[in-house]
Design a binder for this molecule. Sequence first.
Ligand SMILES: NC(=O)c1ccc[n+]([C@@H]2O[C@H](COP(=O)([O-])OP(=O)(O)OC[C@H]3O[C@@H](n4cnc5c(N)ncnc54)[C@H](OP(=O)(O)O)[C@@H]3O)[C@@H](O)[C@H]2O)c1
Length: 220
Amino acid sequence: MSKTVAILGNGVVGMAIGRGFSELGHEVVFGTRSPAGEKSRQALAAVPGSRAASGAEAVAAVAAGGFVVVALPWSGLREGIEQAGAGRLSGKILIDAVNPLDFSTGTPTLAVGFDDSAGETLQRLAPAAKVVKAFNIITASHMYKPDFGDGVPDMFIAGNDAGAKSAVSGLLGQFGWRRPIDMGDIGASRLLEPLAMVWISYGFRNDHWTHGFSLLGRKD
Ligand SMILES: NC(=O)c1ccc[n+]([C@@H]2O[C@H](COP(=O)([O-])OP(=O)(O)OC[C@H]3O[C@@H](n4cnc5c(N)ncnc54)[C@H](OP(=O)(O)O)[C@@H]3O)[C@@H](O)[C@H]2O)c1
């Protein structure tokens, strides 16, 4: 059944996930600071049938229990969620792809860790939304229908709401992933965001950006 999905952020991640939703028959609305800007123009061209609006309008178009993808940079997370409106996000499933990266030294490092995470920050910014960490450990080009020659990648998820995690698991299946590995409540973002740093560090050391993780000997 076609549903409206909002995507906050029209960069490579927003476009990749948007393309997946579009191919599955959903209507995609990008929430952006500049609906008529060049990045929106590129996103609309990349995702058939999509449209661009303000964050508030995009989120308002999603039905209760529907998906809102958060594909914002860490530096713009607070602003993006405030523009969308915490009240409008209430009861919606926030798919959180954000990695809290600090680029100030030229090499990305984690801006928070050990005792906090982007996932928990997002849950605090939108307390009545159901935040599910997902997609943060894979490159944008493999978020939909991941295809590696030497194995099947795994996706780890985390979130406080079991129903929301179940919905995201179903979505990941439609996106071509095998059943994701549930790491617990949103606090487990403290593990999943550093895992993305392993991915990023490997990328820089090898100048190679198409790799993913797989857990061997998993229970199912
Ligand atoms: N790139 C990857 O392969 C990858 C993989 C996994 C996770 N991630 C994470 O996913 C998130 C999105 O990554 P991305 O590579 O798609 O980012 P990006 O290309 O930089 O795009 C992010 C979008 O966010 C919007 N935005 C809203 N507020 C902003 C602000 N204050 N400053 C800057 N941009 C703002 C911008 O659109 P408007 O200007 O139109 O508002 C921009 O197009 C990040 O947290 C990243 O760490 C990335």
